[in-house]
Design a protein around this ligand. Sequence first.
Ligand SMILES: Cc1cc2nc3c(=O)[nH]c(=O)nc-3n(C[C@H](O)[C@H](O)[C@H](O)COP(=O)(O)O)c2cc1C
Length: 183
Amino acid sequence: MSTKFDARSYRSVMGRFATGVCIATTEIDGQVHGATVNSFTSVSLDPPLVLISLDNQTRLLEQIRQTGRYSLSILTKDQVQLSNHFAGRPQEGLDVAFDWVDGHPLLSSAVGHIATELETEHLAGDHTLLIGRVTHLEAFDEEPLLFFSGRYATMAEQSQPAPIGVYSVIAMSQFLADDEVIL
Ligand SMILES: Cc1cc2nc3c(=O)[nH]c(=O)nc-3n(C[C@H](O)[C@H](O)[C@H](O)COP(=O)(O)O)c2cc1C
């Protein structure tokens, strides 16, 4: 099927979906391998599944296949250097510290930690979707690093929890009478 857009337009539109930034890691013989990813998505609550999408050329893809597991550290607004470091631009003198959970290397001082065992992988064009079953997770009271239109950003102010509230009200309203829905 022919497409009516070029790679630049594709990237330009997809980049307008604001995301956080994660470092995906896996450990082989005491050595931590990692890559910066923003393709992280929560997939399922029961069972708890997440996915990342890796370019078929990344070294990390083969490394995760080898270990059968990957972990994710959600970056804070102060970790731009770490993002660049793991995106193929090594930052000289950067201190990269890990907390270890069940043999999973997780970056210290993150917004969140997620450890997974690889459940399935799906080839999708020039990328591979790696679906992991969550075995450990932890949240920290930190501000996230954001990525939008090819640039890093931070939150101007703490956002209100409206979207989650709206979502749960929609879900709940299927089961509750109108006067039971609490906004
Ligand atoms: C903010 C940001 C997000 C990225 N997200 C992804 C991603 O989701 N998937 C991917 O394959 N590469 C992504 N990259 C590029 C990889 O981090 C980069 O190619 C890295 O060098 C791959 O490392 P490796 O080949 O050593 O495994 C991203 C880069 C940046 C800066």
